[in-house]
Design a protein around this ligand. Structure first.
Ligand SMILES: Cc1cc2nc3c(=O)[nH]c(=O)nc-3n(C[C@H](O)[C@H](O)[C@H](O)COP(=O)(O)OP(=O)(O)OC[C@H]3O[C@@H](n4cnc5c(N)ncnc54)[C@H](O)[C@@H]3O)c2cc1C
Ligand code: SF4
Length: 474
């Protein structure tokens, strides 16, 4: 039995880095960049945790994973048990361990962060989830009984997957209706293979399926059938998790030129439709030499790193604020820099210039400076008069945000909507103003994070269960 370490000894251990592929190797294709901890690295990192009596990390996690407990189990080499502890509150740990912005959540408030580097909670979460899957030890605890109640979930993104899994565990009959041919939402069509391999996503979706959830793909609620049609088929409670798939544009001159994509279209072509394997797969994508991606979030980072992998000589981020204000995860920015992505900060396009065939060939930009903070709390970018200049580009990807998907509110009268078209809910119960209908994730938040969508899913499932049992009367 190894000797128990003192807090001082634990604090003296430096954080263990995530092993990753070399930049020159990884930009040749779409293979995953991070390699994951080995068991030895995971156990060594777990030793850093102080097992705080009042663990702030748990409060920082939107689904309140028992972080010290699962880390303790890793330290003891009980990896499968550790995975099960996480799965009590998070059905998709291999995904969250890869894409959650831990530096803004659990790791931000870890006590070790005050004096140095926090425990690598995300890397540890990923390790145990991968270990459980690779060992074939995934245990599925089904309800073992049925309530005879039917629930319909619209959208198979992280919010919908979470609601569906939780309701199935409570014995309800759950069907998920998904517009695309594959489940996962943004996880499948947005986030590229080099960050989240499809095989990992498929395994986590399969876990939800094995809980008893039925998936009906290529089914657009509002077109294939309306909410009322589903109600007539016997569904008694509904969850709308249809996301924020409507891309925003800047509305500047030339934005309709050929070669200018929304990030949604660009990433969907490459990730979901496998355009990087064209002509083996049917969908093409334009492989630009000089690609500019407008924006500074995760979507922009994914698009620009995709462009690099598609062979761009210059793959550039054009962002109107400075590096400090970029909303992208720190790891994505680091990886992008290592891969040779150019960053043009305090710069914004004002118009696009086309050739005689209607293809974009250049972009006129203006330089910005930062003024006082705006309503987002970030310093407002202000154009510097007369600083215009032109950049040569042959592909542009616009990643300046998304808006809630409008189809369901358009095809079902009566939903109360917010300023940006988001469905308004009671933030505690996630109940909408329409009988039997709950909503969560990006459709109410208008573009946020995987874990917040999942947090909504858990809360909604709790109240949907009560609703189905007649114990919640809004
Ligand atoms: C490129 C990109 C990268 C991102 N990177 C990160 C990251 O690293 N970390 C992070 O935490 N977050 C990230 N995000 C944000 C995160 O992915 C979203 O906040 C999250 O996926 C929202 O989940 P959701 O379930 O609400 O919606 P979505 O994931 O958008 O899923 C909604 C689903 O509903 C389906 N649907 C829509 N309308 C209908 C209909 N009428 N009928 C049937 N189905 C319908 C859609 O096809 C889709 O599958 C990223 C987003 C993008 C676009
Ligand atoms: S706050 Fe940090 S050190 Fe404390 S229990 Fe959580 S992970 Fe461990």
């Amino acid at each position: 039995m190894p000797k128990e370490l003192s807090p001082k000894e634990r604090m003296a251990i430096p954080r263990h880095k995530m092993p990753e592929r070399e930049p020159l190797e990884r930009i040749k294709g779409f293979i995953e960049v991070n390699l994951g901890y080995t068991p030895e690295l995971a156990m060594a990192e777990a030793q850093r945790c102080l097992q705080c009596k009042k663990p702030l990390c748990v409060e920082g996690c939107p689904v309140n994973i028992d972080i010290p407990f699962f880390i303790k189990l890793i330290e003891q080499g009980e990896f499968i048990e550790a995975a099960r502890v996480i799965k009590r509150t998070n059905a998709l740990p291999a995904i969250c361990g890869r894409v959650c912005p831990q530096e803004q959540q659990c790791e931000k408030v870890c006590v070790l962060a005050k004096r140095g580097e926090p425990v690598a909670i995300g890397h540890l979460e990923r390790f145990v989830a991968d270990f459980e899957r690779e060992q074939g030890e995934v245990k599925v605890e089904t309800a073992g009984f049925t309530t005879g109640k039917k629930a319909a979930v619209i959208g198979a993104g992280p919010a919908g997957l979470t609601v569906a899994g939780e309701l199935a565990k409570k014995g309800h009959e759950v069907a998920v209706f998904e517009a695309l041919h594959a489940e996962g939402g943004v996880l499948t069509y947005g986030i590229p293979e080099f960050r989240l391999p499809n095989s990992v996503l498929e395994a986590e979706v399969d876990y939800v399926r094995r809980l008893g959830v039925e998936f009906i793909t290529n089914f657009v609620v509002g077109k294939s059938a309306t909410l009322d049609d589903l109600r007539a088929e016997g569904y008694q409670a509904f969850f709308i998790g249809s996301g924020a798939g409507l891309p925003n544009f800047m509305g500047i001159e030339g934005e309709n030129l050929n070669g200018i994509y929304s990030a949604n279209e660009y990433l969907t072509r490459v990730n979901l439709m496998r355009a990087y394997l064209f002509p083996e797969y049917d969908t093409p994508v334009i492989r630009g030499k000089h690609v500019a991606v407008i924006g500074g979030g995760n979507t922009a980072m994914d698009a620009v790193r995709t462009a690099k992998r598609l062979g761009a000589e210059r793959a550039m981020i054009v962002y109107r604020r400075s590096r400090e204000e970029m909303p992208a995860r720190v790891e994505e920015v680091k990886h992008a820099e290592e891969e040779g992505i150019e960053f043009h900060f305090l710069t914004a396009p004002v118009r696009y210039l086309g050739d005689q065939h209607g293809w974009v060939k250049a972009m006129e930009c203006i330089r910005m400076e930062l003024g006082p903070p705006d309503e987002s709390g970030r310093r407002r970018p202000v154009p510097i008069e007369g600083s215009n200049f032109t950049m040569e580009v042959d592909v542009v990807v616009v990643a300046v945000g998304v808006s809630p998907n409008p189809l369901i509110p358009r095809t079902h009268a009566g939903f109360k909507l917010g300023r940006r078209g988001e469905i308004v809910v009671d933030m505690n119960t996630l109940y909408t103003n329409v009988e039997g209908v709950f909503a969560g994730g990006d459709i109410i938040l208008g573009g946020s994070t995987v874990i917040l969508a999942m947090g909504d899913g858990r809360r909604a499932a709790h109240y949907m269960d009560l609703y189905l049992k007649g114990e919640f009367k809004p």
